[in-house]
Each structure stands twice: as C-alpha cells, then as structure tokens.
Design a protein around this ligand. Sequence first.
Ligand code: ATP
Ligand code: MG
Length: 464
Amino acid sequence: MLPETRQARAAVEIARRLRRTGFESLLAGGCVRDLLLGREPKDYDVATAAEPERVMEVFPRSFGVGAHFGVVLVETEQEGERVLTEVATFRRDGVYSDGRRPDAVRYTSSAAEDAARRDFTINGLLLDPERALKDGDIRDAVLDFVYGLEDLQARRIRAIGAPENRFAEDHLRLLRGVRFAARLGFAIEEQTLAAMLAMAPALGRVSWERIRDELTRMLTEGRARRAFELLAETGMLSVVLPEVERMRGVEQPPEFHPEGDVWEHTLRLLAQLEPGCSATLAWGALLHDVGKPTSFRRAPDRIRFDGHVEVGVRIAAEIARRLRFSNDDGAQIAALVANHMRFGDVMRMKDSTLKRFFRLERFAEHLALHRMDCSASHGKLDNWEYAKRRWDVTPEETIRPARMVTGRDLIAAGFSPGPQFTEVLRIVEDAQMDGAVATREEALALALREMQKTHTMHADENDG
Ligand code: ATP
Ligand code: MG
C-alpha cells in the first residue's frame, strides 16, 4: 500500500497517465527506499520512458528543469492543492570528464539502464505504482535491477557498479554515501568504503557550495555525530574541513572536560543536534572550539587554550567564506563562536550587560549552543538555566528601551557633537536598563553630569 498523501497521489496519477500513452513509468529513487524502510518519503519522483517533450504534451501545466538532464516538473491538483512532481526520463549517463556532470545524457527506454546510472543500490530501486496500490507486500511491486533490496535488508550502502569508477565520475557521491550511511544508520560495504578512502582527495575538485550543502544536510538530519565520524574515518574531513580534522587528538584539561579531546567534545555536541535544526546553529556547534588546536598550550598548572575564541572566530569566518555562506549566515556562525564563553559570566553580569548580551541576533541559538556545550562536557547547566530564565522574563522593550535622552538634548544643552556623545548616551542607556534612572528628567540630569565630567577631563588633559 502507498501512503494517502497528496505527493504520493500526484506521482501515482502522473505515472498512470503516462502509461496510458504507452510509456513505462515508475516511482524511483529515494521515495522507494524510504517506503520500503517505513519512513515518510520527502518527495516522490517519477521515472519514465517518455521523453521530456512527450511529458510536457501530456501535462500542459509543466515545465522543463535542467532540460538536458531530462527532468520535467509536472503540476497536478490533489484535493484542491497544487502539487509539483519531478518526472525524469530514463537515461544512461555518458562519459564524465569533469568529475561532476556527464558530458552527455542519453535517453533510454530501459528502466534497468536508468537504475544502473544511479548512485547506491538502495537508491536504485524502482516501484510499479499500480501494483503498489494493491493490497499485499509492497516488495512485490519493486523492480530491483541492482540488488538494492538485499542491501536494504542488510542495512548496507553499496555503490552500483565499480565503486571507484562511480566516485570518479561524480565526486559528490562520496559525501552522499556518508550522508545516507549516517542518516539510515547503515554500514558502508567494504569495497565501497575502500573506494571512498582512495577517492577522498578528489573532493578537492567539488565546488564549495555543493560541499557546503551536503555537510549542512548531514548536520541537520539528526545523525550528525555519525556523519562526522564517517567523514573522519574515510579521510574526507581533512579534505573538506582540515580545520576540524585538526581537533582530533587535541587533549583538554580533564577537570573541565572529562569526556576527552576536542574532537570527542565536538562530536558530543553534534550528537545533540535535532533533525531539522537551524543550519547556523549546527555549524556553530561544529566550529565553536575550532580555535583550540592552534591555541593549545601546556601551562605549568594545566592545559590552556588562551585566546581560542578570537582564533576560532577568525577560522570560522574563513570557513564560512570558503564555503560561500551568505554574509548573514557567516556572521551568525562567527557570532556563535565569538560568544560561546560569555555564558560563564552571566550570573555576574549587570542587568545592562546581560541585556546587551540578549541583543545578539538569534539569541536563542546562542542559548542552545551553550546548553549543548555544557552537556557535552561537565554537564552542569546552572549558567544556562540562569540565562534562559532571565531571557524568558525580560520583555523585548526592556532589551532595547526607547531612549530617554538623545544627542539633540545634549546639543540643546549647549554641547557640540563629538565622540563623547556616544559614550555618554551609552552610559545613560545602561543606567536605564539597570533601573538607575526611571524618568527623562533623571536621565537628562545624568547625561549632563557625565558630559561635564568628560569636559573637565578633556580640559585637564589640555592643561597638562
Ligand atoms: P533525499 O531523501 O535526501 O532526497 P534521495 O535518494 O531522494 O534522498 P535525491 O538527491 O533527491 O536523493 O536524488 C534522487 C535520486 O536520484 C537518488 O535516489 C538517486 O537514485 C539519484 N541520484 C541523485 N544524485 C545522484 C548522483 N550524484 N549520482 C547518481 N545518482 C544520483
Ligand atoms: Mg529526494
């Protein structure tokens, strides 16, 4: 049986209509794998013997995407809602000369050939939708040209065909293999693993955007620890993130980090990332201690990492640039690294300092990172609990209170604008947030007192 979702219905309807015009049409790839595993497929893809022009004739509301790869997006209506389904023409890939894309795509009417060009056996399964709709074992409706059912049963990732060739054709498959192994908790079959080890350096030729997208998916699918263990074991980590690879074996003072080295600590954060978590939080977790390997020092009393935050911010920003993160996301990742140690002081912070801390963009991510950081080492959550409680009870308008005094008031009082304006207005704002001034009159009085102070100071300096 197939699930009763709009997506599933759309795919079945499209396959059925294409069949009626005489073209073999099947469900293909990830959705078949997920259905057999009892997981909810993200989307349903149709594979068909009909060429794209034919598909577009049958479905006027459709458009070609990546036209020369033979993919058409077909729009259907299911229960009054628009559903888009990818319909790909059966194909066999030509030669790959750049390690990324086939030089030419040739259509074929053979489903077996289409299965053979796919990456892993568990992704090469096809499903006859008409049969799948009938009662009974869904397995009876599967067309398995690549022994995918066996590998699915054995919980194994195996490349279709000769692994080294398949990874040489398209290097991104190296990362995809790790991603599926981690996501599904599958082992990597021996020869596939050997080929990954041998081919890992080829990842250096994949575009950083595509690497970033794969790594982000690994980080946000809920099995990030396993994914990064596999990246390390296969030698891929040192190619894509040498700065992270360097965390391995970097000792930490056991009194603060009973869990072990910087790598183990980081893995324990990754283990806490929930499926669907924010990408910047996930990258922040991965990189929060990335400055430690370079700032490692055996001081007389204990191991120290003086300045690791500053070094880490520089490295994280550099990684974000290299991986072509947007400026916003890059800044957020760097900010997570920059601020992760400040939670150690929250209980000693004045209200104004704490409120300024709360002004950080997406502060909830800072909180979440700190919680993971504690749970991944000593397990004490008192600073987190304190910060969380204060954050919960502090209304937004008191974090950024409306100003009681502005530069205009200072000008009106006879001062001419200068750098001390900013300084004094900041002092007044702090007093406001600390509750030291409650009215505009008090605030203005404080501002004038402070202006006088700096003026006398400046005068003194001039005298000297
Ligand atoms: P997900 O659940 O992450 O979407 P998926 O298996 O559906 O997993 P997609 O990236 O959506 O993966 O691709 C759909 C199908 O296309 C795959 O199952 C696989 O058969 C094939 N495929 C995708 N990328 C490649 C590739 N780089 N090389 C060979 N086949 C690929
Ligand atoms: Mg998919």
